[in-house]
Write a new protein. Structure first.
Lengths: 321, 282
């Protein structure tokens, strides 16, 4: 099979699974407003709204139109403008509101990703180096405990220890000045990454153990290749790809965690926008945030698959998955 | 078919009895459930009784864990919150379990178009970050117990669906399933009487893990102001109320925080122990 044809087929296959999912995401977000028990316009304006105001909002949201037409308008606006409608509070475009705050949220995501890798790799290596040793034992027990800890609680603990007592980091908000924004984002990113670390360690450790017992490692040892070289050049490489795959699987957790942690640290990113919009019942903005997050997760998944295909020759046949 | 299953069961019990993880987890969980059930009896005060003249008192013999801003006894609120939070966690876990196992069995057993369609639905749900979709759903449905239970029913089932689907697909072509079909059994009977019992251990282990996640999510929703409506006590809402006082009145946050973590750890240990005893891959 020629490589052009192969890539073409792979692209088609990806589109065949991605397009239905994208459509599903849009349908899901569209129906969010229809889940409201009773009249959404009444719910947005509250109990004491005048019937006239309710009727006006009803019309503004297009709730009088037939359902298929409402969906058509929704989809049309999304495709042409990437928007879910103007904010009911400020009238600003939802897309602009989200993009305005995207850099700070994505900053936390990137930092959390970096921290997660920095914590996971050495611990998993140490655990796999001596199976059933003390580190291995700790690494297997801690995830079970970590699972039961809400991320916002870890965030609060970090604030108490590193911001209140030690004073190394600000208690909340984002500082200005050289290096300050990064310093403000370290604790929230750490909280997010800590919630991600347990499954990562578990899986990387298992992967590394599988590689350690592989025949080729025995062969390398027999050939008197230095142990350090075997670990850095061969074993770690074997475990790196599954970790990359796992990171893409956890992209949704990472993004969701970031939005929640912004509330804990009072950071004005997309998460804060979500919670203020919920407070003011600003439906289009809530819908827009859910939609942008889901689309981002799908895109990350596609990118990770493509990257894995490039890095791992075994996946190139296209039959592996 | 009964012989191998009986054997598996006896090794399950012997492994379960030897598992320290399971023993500690079950003991802790049983204790917590007992405390939750007895909360109205053992709580020294009413969890909602306010005393504005006795607000923000530090721990003392009269109030072991102090009082909150409105003068309510923190210990009593923690105990009553155990009841609320555990009850909602268990209630909210039922529908996802049933939906997820059904979807997984159907998807894995029939394969083809059924599998393709159901898998795309799963892909769609998991494209949304879990917390974002749950927050958005609870917001739309209305904060509180009803909203939480419906939200989890809508999106909490994908974990089961994916695991059970793989399991059912691996069993579909096994000799004994073909024999059952060849013997003239209907699809429904094969799925319910033959696939389901074999998928159940895995599903139950997953259920324990999911209850932990749901409990943590409920507390998080409470923290975000989307949980149980005040004044009903909830650990998450208590932590949110405690946050402005973490430097001056630390006792407000310690109790509910420890309660959450203790419950989470107890349930995860049960899940872990069960998984080991059943030798279920997770």
């Amino acid at each position: 099979m020629s490589s052009v044809r192969r890539i073409g087929l792979a692209t088609l296959r990806t589109l065949g699974t991605v397009l239905p999912v994208m459509l599903g995401v849009v349908v899901g977000v569209f129906f969010l407003l229809r889940l409201v028990p009773g009249d959404p316009a009444q719910m947005i304006l509250g109990e004491r709204a005048t019937p006239q105001a309710v009727a006006e909002l009803h019309e503004q949201l297009g709730l009088d139109l037939p359902l298929w037409q409402q969906f058509g308008d929704f989809l049309g606006r999304l495709i042409t403008q990437g928007d879910t409608g103007p904010s009911l509070v400020s009238g600003a475009s939802t897309r602009d509101l989200i993009l305005e705050r995207a850099p700070i949220s994505l900053g936390i995501v990137a930092l959390a990703l970096l921290l997660a890798v920095l914590i996971t790799v050495p611990l998993a290596l140490a655990a796999a180096r001596r199976p059933n040793g003390p580190i291995d034992h700790a690494v297997r027990v801690i995830p079970a405990i970590g699972l039961g800890m809400p991320m916002f609680w870890i965030g609060l603990l970090l604030i108490i220890v590193f911001a209140v007592h030690l004073g190394w980091f600000p208690v909340g908000g984002v500082g200005t000045g050289a290096g300050e924004p990064i310093r403000s984002l370290i604790l929230p990113a750490l909280a997010v990454s800590l919630s991600l670390v347990p499954p990562l360690i578990r899986s990387l450790r298992a992967q590394l153990l599988e590689v350690v017992t592989a025949d080729f490692v025995t062969t390398l040892r027999a050939a008197r290749i230095p142990e350090l070289r075997i670990w850095t050049r061969h074993i770690l490489r074997g475990g790196a790809l599954p970790t990359l795959a796992l990171l893409s699987v956890n992209a949704a957790t990472l993004i969701g965690g970031t939005l929640v942690i912004e509330k804990v640290f009072a950071i004005n990113g997309i998460g804060m926008l979500l919670f203020t919009s919920i407070g003011s019942r600003d439906f289009p903005v809530v819908q827009g945030i859910a939609l942008y997050c889901a689309v981002l997760v799908v895109l990350v998944g596609i990118a990770a698959d493509a990257l894995l295909g490039i890095l791992d020759p075994r996946l190139r046949r296209g039959s592996a998955r | 078919m009964t012989a191998p299953r009986a054997a598996a069961r006896s090794t399950f019990w012997s492994r379960a009895r030897r598992s320290r993880t399971l023993a500690v987890g079950t003991g802790l969980a049983a204790l917590l459930v007992l405390v939750a059930l007895l909360a109205p009896v053992i709580a020294p005060y009413s969890p909602t009784a306010q005393d504005l003249t006795a607000g923000l008192l530090p721990p003392s013999p009269a109030h072991w864990l102090g009082t909150d801003e409105l003068g309510r006894d923190v210990l009593s609120r923690i105990l009553m919150a155990a009841q609320t939070d555990l009850r909602i966690a268990v209630t909210a876990a039922i529908a996802p379990f049933i939906i997820g196992v059904s979807v997984g069995l159907l998807s894995g057993y029939f394969g083809g178009a059924v599998d393709w369609t159901l898998s795309r639905v799963v892909d769609t749900v998991i494209a949304f970050p879990f917390y974002i979709i749950v927050i958005a759903l609870v917001f739309a449905l209305g904060a509180g117990e009803f909203g939480i239970v419906v939200a989890f029913a809508l999106v909490g089932w994908t974990g089961y669906a994916r695991v059970i689907r793989a399991l059912a697909a691996s069993m579909r072509d096994a000799g004994w399933v073909r024999a059952a079909r060849g013997g003239g059994l209907s699809h429904a009977r094969v799925i319910l009487r033959h696939l389901l019992p074999n998928a159940l251990p895995q599903a139950v282990v997953l259920l324990m893990t999911e209850i932990v996640l749901i409990m943590v999510a409920i507390v998080t929703l409470g923290y975000l102001g989307l949980g149980v409506r005040p004044p009903t006590p909830d650990w998450g809402a208590m932590l949110a109320e405690a946050q402005p006082f973490i430097t001056s009145n630390w006792w407000l946050g310690v109790g509910p925080g420890l309660a959450v973590v203790l419950t989470g750890v107890a349930l995860s240990l049960v899940a872990d122990g069960l998984g080991d005893a059943w030798r279920v891959k997770r």
